[in-house]
Structure formats: C-alpha cells, structure tokens
Design a protein around this ligand. Structure first.
Ligand SMILES: Nc1ncnc2c1ncn2[C@@H]1O[C@H](COP(=O)(O)OP(=O)(O)OP(=O)(O)O)[C@@H](O)[C@H]1O
Ligand SMILES: [Mg+2]
Length: 287
C-alpha cells in the first residue's frame, strides 16, 4: 500500500463540510476504517477501525507511545502539519472523506477543535483569546456581538465568574486550571462540532480536574468529545466509550506499532473487557 493521503477514497464532502447546520440525525460522527499513520517509514498506528458517535465522550487510553496522540491528530488533520506524517485508509467525518483534496483543513480545524495537554493561551488578553478564532473566521461583528460570544463561551467553559472583571488582563496571569478552561472556551467560541482533548488535565490539580470533567459532561450535550487520558479513573468517570490502544512488537524486525486492542462501552471495558491485554492494563498489570 502506498502511504499517500491522496490514496484515500473520494466521497462527497462539500455538503457536509459546508453546511453550517449540524445535522443531529447523523449519529455517526467519525468512521475510521483501516487507518495507518506513518512518520516517514515508521508506522505509528496500524489498521485502526473505530466509529465515534455524536454527543458521546470517547476516551483513548493506553501506554505511552501507542499512538493515542497520533490517532487524535488524525481527526482534525493536525498530522498534515507534520511533514513526515502520511496517512492511509479511510477517515470520514459526517459521511465525507476528511482527507479529500477538496476539503479545506482550516475549515476542518474550525469544526473540529483541539485542546492540548499543556494549556497554550496566546499572550493576549482573556477576551482576545476567546475572540481570536471568530475574528479570523470573520463571521462575528466586533462590539456587542463579539462581547456576547466571549461571554457565552466563557460561561460554557465554567470560567466566566472567575474572569468577568478582568477580561482585558493577560491570559498568562491565570492559573493553569483557568488557562486550560480558557483554551476550552477558545476552542468552543468558533462553534465547533467536535472537541479533541489530549490529556487536558495532566497538568492540573484534582479540583481543576474535577471542574474540567464536569464541564466535559455538560459540553457533550452540544458537542462530541474525544479525550486522551492516562488517568483511568477519569476515563471511567467521564467517557461513554473507551478505546484501549497498545504497542505491538514484531519480533523479526523489532518494529513497534500502535494498535487498537478494543473499543466498547466504558462500563464494559472497565468491568469485563474482551481482551486479556485490556484487563492487564486497566488492572495495572501491564508490562
Ligand atoms: N512528529 C513525530 N515524528 C516522528 N515520530 C513521531 C512523531 N510523533 C509521534 N511519533 C512516534 O509515533 C509513536 C506514537 O506516538 P504518540 O505521540 O502518538 O503516542 P502517545 O500514545 O500519544 O504517547 P504518550 O502517552 O506518551 O503521549 C511513537 O513511537 C512516537 O515516537
Ligand atoms: Mg500523547
């Protein structure tokens, strides 16, 4: 198989990606079929097949290096920004091939936002951080309209009460937990459909973590959320589905590849997994 993005099957993308109305009747947000991601010749993840459903939280768990971040980045074409990264297989978003040449990756990232492990607010005011995306997109007027959007986004991110009196102060003066909620507010200000979160709480204390978990549960009413976490309790507490990834070592070539071991309802994965490797991992007997 030739690891070229252009190999992916072409489907009708324009309708789904340019139709601003979220079609709530389409329950399957992502269909991933036999997806491989390479960095140059190194295959980081192999033959991944997953479906992601609307208004659910899907958690990705697994040991370091098994390809969770690589998988997550595939959902909004962040891997495009890594020159050595190549993808084969199929990844469709609301029925459209996300990797079709006609699809605009900037539009993809507006629809499918991302929150990173380390909060990364811009060195701008709290207000400007939230207003940045909508301003670039050019679909919100300055003034009252933008003020309202900033307020709503900060409220949705459970941050408004803490910052309403200092919207013009620098975002860099906030605590880590506040910065992370600001990054969530920034991600939702562009009215996305999906929010990807890569270990969003790993730098936070239990109180800030609790706030973000509560927030995720509220946000899933409106959005579809994919989260990578090393915190098993977190996956068990917040997610509807859990996908367990692992690393397979091929003895002959000593090559390591990330694989999906299993995906299922979170309750089942944590109480009665199908695969012994999942059980070993969740009970801490891994490696
Ligand atoms: N930009 C890159 N260039 C080359 N190789 C990469 C790149 N990013 C990741 N890899 C490799 O791909 C594999 C999967 O990495 P990835 O970051 O997806 O794992 P992960 O499951 O998110 O790990 P962690 O839990 O430590 O964050 C690793 O072997 C890693 O070294
Ligand atoms: Mg990672």
């Amino acid at each position: 198989m030739n690891p070229e993005i252009t190999d992916m099957k072409s489907t009708n993308n324009e309708l789904s990606l340019h139709n601003d109305q979220k079609d709530k009747t389409l329950n399957r947000i992502f269909e991933v079929d036999d997806l491989n991601v390479y960095y140059d010749d190194f295959r980081a993840i192999r033959d991944i097949t997953i479906n992601v459903f609307a208004n659910e939280i899907t958690a990705f768990i697994g040991p370091s290096g098994c390809g969770k971040t690589t998988m997550l980045r595939s959902f909004n074409r962040m891997n495009d920004l890594i020159p050595s990264a190549k993808i084969t297989g199929n990844l469709s978003y609301r029925g459209a091939n996300l990797y079709d040449k006609k699809v605009d990756p900037v539009e993809v990232r507006r629809r499918i936002g991302m929150v990173f492990q380390k909060p990364n607010p811009f060195p701008k005011s709290i207000y400007d951080n939230v207003a940045y995306g909508p301003k670039i997109a050019g679909n919100v007027k300055k003034g009252k309209e933008m003020d309202n959007l900033v307020e709503t986004s900060l409220k949705k991110a459970a941050l408004w009460d803490e910052v309403k009196d200092r919207l013009k102060s620098s975002a860099l003066g906030m605590s880590g937990g506040q910065q992370q909620r600001l990054c969530i507010a920034r991600a939702i200000a562009t009215n996305p459909d999906v929010v990807l979160m890569d270990e969003p709480c790993s730098a936070l204390d239990p109180i800030a973590t609790g706030k973000i978990e509560e927030l995720m549960t509220q946000l899933k009413e409106e959005y579809t959320i994919l989260i990578v976490t090393h915190n098993m309790q977190q996956a068990a507490r917040v997610s509807d589905k859990t996908a367990f990834f692992s690393v397979e070592v091929e003895e002959e070539s000593d090559s390591r590849t990330g694989i999906l071991v299993e995906i299922g309802p979170t309750e089942k994965i944590f109480s009665n997994p199908e695969d012994i490797r999942t059980e070993n991992y969740i009970t801490g007997r891994f490696g």
